[in-house]
Design a protein around this ligand. Structure first.
Ligand code: AMP
Length: 288
C-alpha cells in the first residue's frame, strides 16, 4: 500500500458526478479509498477518524453534509453550526478530498421517497427521543456509500448506536465495504468532543461534565455488578439536577439490547442528557 501525503488544500467536490470521477481515478491508480461521513463543524474527534482513515487507506474523502432527513421538526437543523472554511483548513494536509454537496444535489426532488428502515434497535435510546433519526441517517449514509463506493468507512464510537446500526445495515444488505469504529476523543476533563458543545455557555460546559463523570463512577462501581454501576451513575446525575437525564442504559454491545442485572461480560453504558437547550450523548465500555 502506497501512502500519499495529501496536499495542503483538499479537493472540494460538490457534485455526485465530480466525486464519482475523483474516485474512479483513485481506483484506476489502485488506491484504497476511505470515507469519513460528517456534518462538518469539525473538531479533533472528527480528525481522529481522518487520521485512522489514512492508516487504513490511500485516499481519504471526508463528506460534509448536514442531512435534513435525520433531524426532527423541532431539532437544530437550521442552527446546526456550519463552518465550511474552517473545516477545509482543518482538513488541509490530512484529507485528500471533501465531498460537500448541497441539499438539492443529494435530494433533487426535495425528499427521498425511498428510505432505509433501520429496524428495532433504532426505536430505542436515541430513537425514543428522535423518531425517524436513524432511518434518515442510514438513508444518507447509504447514499454516501453509493456515491463514493469506499473500501472502508469510519465512524466514531461517540455515536455508539449509530455505528451499531451502520454495521448492521452493512451486514444485512451485504454492502461491499468495511466499517471501522474509532474511539471517543475527549477534552482533558472528560467531556466528549461534539459539534454541539459550541452551543454551551461556560456554566453549561461545566454541567456537561455530568455525563462523563457518571460514566466514570459507573466504571469504578462495575466490579460490584450492573445494578451497582447503574446506581452510581444515577447518583452522579442526582447531584446535578440542572443536567436533565434523558436515558441511562447498559446494553450488550453485540445486540445493543439492555442487559439484565445478572449479566456478565462486555457491556456499554449509554447516557443522554439535556444541559440548557443542548442535548448531549456519551457512552463508555464496562465489563462485568
Ligand atoms: P457528526 O459530524 O456529529 O455527524 O460526526 C461525524 C462522525 O464523527 C461520527 O461518526 C461521529 O461519531 C464522529 N465523532 C463525533 N464526535 C466524536 C468524538 N468526540 N470522538 C470520536 N468520534 C467522534
Amino acid at each position: 500500500m502506497t501512502h500519499n501525503t495529501p496536499t495542503a488544500q483538499p479537493a472540494v467536490l460538490d457534485t455526485i458526478a465530480a466525486t464519482r470521477r475523483y474516485v474512479r481515478e483513485a481506483r484506476a491508480a489502485s488506491r484504497r479509498v476511505a470515507l469519513v461521513p460528517t456534518m462538518g463543524a469539525l473538531h479533533e474527534g472528527h480528525l481522529s477518524l481522518v487520521t485512522r482513515g489514512r492508516e487504513l487507506a490511500d485516499v481519504v474523502i471526508v463528506s460534509i453534509f448536514v442531512n435534513p432527513l435525520q433531524f426532527g421538526p423541532n431539532e437544530d437543523f437550521d442552527r446546526y453550526p456550519r463552518t465550511f472554511d474552517a473545516d477545509l483548513a482543518a482538513l488541509g494536509g490530512r484529507a485528500d478530498a471533501v465531498f460537500a454537496p448541497s441539499v438539492a444535489e443529494m435530494y433533487p426532488s426535495g425528499a427521498s421517497q425511498t428510505t432505509v428502515h433501520a429496524g428495532a434497535v433504532a426505536g430505542l435510546f436515541e430513537g425514543t427521543s428522535r423518531p425517524g433519526h436513524f432511518d434518515g441517517m442510514l438513508t444518507v449514509v447509504s447514499k454516501l456509500f453509493n456515491v463514493v463506493q469506499p473500501d472502508i468507512a469510519l465512524f466514531g464510537q461517540k455515536d455508539a448506536q449509530q455505528v451499531f446500526l451502520v454495521k448492521q445495515m452493512v451486514a444485512d444488505l451485504d454492502l461491499p465495504l468495511a466499517i471501522e469504529a474509532v474511539p471517543i476523543v475527549r477534552e482533558s476533563d472528560g467531556l466528549a468532543l461534539s459539534s454541539r458543545n459550541r452551543y454551551l455557555s461556560t456554566t453549561e460546559r461545566e454541567l456537561a461534565l455530568g455525563l462523563s463523570s457518571a460514566l466514570r463512577v459507573a466504571g469504578e462501581a462495575s466490579a460490584s455488578g450492573i445494578a451497582a454501576a447503574r446506581r452510581a451513575a444515577l447518583a452522579a446525575f442526582d447531584q446535578r439536577p440542572d443536567v436533565r437525564l434523558d436515558y441511562l442504559d447498559i446494553v450488550d454491545p453485540a445486540t445493543f439490547l439492555p442487559l439484565g442485572d445478572d449479566a456478565t461480560g462486555d457491556a456499554l453504558m449509554l447516557v443522554a442528557a439535556r444541559v440548557g437547550a443542548t442535548r448531549l450523548i456519551d457512552n463508555a465500555p464496562l465489563h462485568f
